[in-house]
Design a protein around this ligand. Structure first.
Ligand code: GLP
Length: 244
């Protein structure tokens, strides 16, 4: 019905997956969780933190990989995704191990190498079990803007002017202050995950949701790649369904 219910549903889904993994046969292998930034997941993070503090889910055996990071922003910058993730999530968990947190380094002097190593590390863990994501109004997942290959891997991305304008709300409403480039997992990196859980809320995402589930599979709406994935889940609210 609404944002709150969407977030609680998603948090419960993720916690159940982590708990089931622990009970299963793959005890030696951590649960590998892909994570997004943005305003959409904030409620999910709050609920997961509550559950973690209440002893309902443990992150002791969870390894995380974040979707993306702005190129050129240091960790300490309050709009870096490293800062966002620690401020909204990791710092509040009682048993998350810092060494299990993976976030692309936006200050690297070797962006291509940084991205290649990220892909290698994901592979080393045996791939991502569940990738949670958000979506841009233009349908981008991570920073895979329209016309990014649906087979793309982790790499450097140029942000569209539209995305810089949308994200300028966090940069003093100045689109020029938003970094022009980011490091981002590829569409292929996301769809290689066993499951993909995308959060879509609010009327401003209604067109993107309609394109995700009813449009053609096309690099014009990179979110449409999810149609080819048999473990893709969309958690949404009613307002986002306006154009279905
Ligand atoms: C940014 C992020 C995306 C995110 C999108 C939507 O562009 N790179 O991963 O999905 O914003 O953000 P929000 O949830 O704030 O609408």
């Amino acid at each position: 019905d609404n944002y709150d219910k969407m977030c609680k549903w998603a948090a419960n889904y993720i916690a159940a997956k982590i708990n089931n993994h622990k009970k299963g046969l793959l005890l030696n292998r951590p649960f590998v969780l892909g994570l997004p930034t943005g305003s959409s997941p904030i409620g999910v993070y709050k609920e997961l933190v509550r559950m973690n503090k209440a002893g309902e889910v443990s992150f002791e055996n969870v390894v995380t990989f974040n979707m993306d990071e702005y190129l050129g922003l240091p960790r300490e910058h309050d709009q870096s995704y490293w800062y966002f993730m620690h401020d909204n999530f990791f710092n509040h968990l009682v048993d998350m191990k810092p060494e299990n947190i993976n976030i692309l380094n936006g200050m690297t002097d070797d962006p291509e190498g940084e991205c290649a190593r990220y892909e290698e590390k994901i592979a080393l863990y045996g791939g991502i079990d569940l990738f949670m994501g958000g979506i841009g109004v233009d349908g981008h997942i991570a920073f895979n803007e329209p016309f990014t290959s649906l087979a793309s891997r982790t790499g450097v991305r140029n942000l569209t002017t539209d995305t810089r304008i949308v994200n300028s709300r966090f940069f003093g409403n100045d689109p020029e202050a938003v970094p022009a480039q980011a490091l981002s997992v590829g569409v292929g990196t996301v769809t290689d995950s066993k499951e993909v859980l995308i959060l879509i809320n609010g009327h401003n995402k209604a067109k993107a949701l309609a394109e995700t589930v009813e449009g053609s599979v096309s690099h014009k709406w990179t979110c449409s790649a999810l149609q080819m994935h048999n473990g893709a889940i969309i958690a949404c609210d009613e307002a986002a369904c306006d154009e279905l």
